[in-house]
Ligand binder design. Structure first.
Ligand code: 4G4
Length: 226
């Protein structure tokens, strides 16, 4: 999977060098290519934004600069995604669908966003990570890269994906590790029994009860396999 990220702040993507995503890139399972939109400014002052027509607060990113940045990496098989509060909300199902793509181009807006004409002209999909406003699309782009990369073959074990929360439409069962007793609280007996059938049953029941108690809305969803 190739990710091209178009941003004014490529330094914000340092966290993706860590842990599982960092290792996935080292192993060439994913490729994260950072493109500085400012490199496409033709202005002698490297200006990328201007005041909004019609007036109002803040600055808007110029369509010509953003368009040239997109065209520098665009190709027929790529999907151009604009991270914006106006997009469709990202779900685990959507993440799974996106992970089937070969090439994602992630466009990060800053300030008051990007001139609408380049969105209309070059963006395939607008995606939001939730109903709140951020200063830029960089954190949403990182969220998308992280969630999608987990579905790329070899990044996680197949088991981790199958077992985890949301894949089944339910919350994850509680996890325990050593010590057996912590502040007087013992690990649930069944987990020490070595009886895998009982452990499986117990975990499924925990998942159902937890979901009912903490996220009953998830049980009403149509798009799930429980
Ligand atoms: C596009 C338009 C995404 C991008 C306006 C981006 C929240 C999300 C931005 C803006 C974002 C989200 C400056 C408001 C950047 N905020 N929920 N901000 N703003 O996915």
């Amino acid at each position: 999977m190739k990710f091209d990220v178009l941003t004014l702040f490529p330094e914000m993507f340092e966290p993706l060098k860590q842990s599982i995503i960092g290792r996935a890139e080292e192993k060439d399972l994913i490729d994260i290519n950072l493109i500085n939109i400012r490199d496409f400014s033709k202005d002698k002052h490297k200006k990328v934004d201007d005041t909004p027509y019609g007036g109002g607060a803040g600055m808007v990113m110029r369509p010509d600069v953003v368009y040239d940045a997109i065209q520098s990496v665009n190709e027929p098989n790529a999907k151009v995604i604009y991270l914006s509060p106006q997009g469709k909300t990202l779900t685990q199902k959507k993440v799974e669908v996106l992970s089937q793509e070969k090439h994602l181009i992630l466009l990060c807006g800053h300030y008051e966003g990007i001139d609408q004409r380049v969105i209309d002209e070059s963006v395939d999909e607008e995606i939001s990570i939730g109903d709140y406003v951020l200063t830029g699309g960089e954190i949403p782009a990182m969220v998308l890269i992280d969630t999608v990369s987990r579905y790329v073959d070899g990044v996680l074990s197949k088991e981790s994906i199958k077992e985890e929360s949301f894949a089944s439409g339910l919350l994850e069962y509680p996890q325990y590790t050593r010590p057996e007793v912590f502040r007087g609280i013992k690990v649930p007996e069944v987990l020490l029994s070595g009886h895998h059938e009982n452990i499986d049953k117990w975990r499924k029941e925990q998942s159902k009860n937890l979901t009912l108690k903490k996220r009953p809305d998830l049980l009403k969803k149509k798009d799930k396999s429980n």
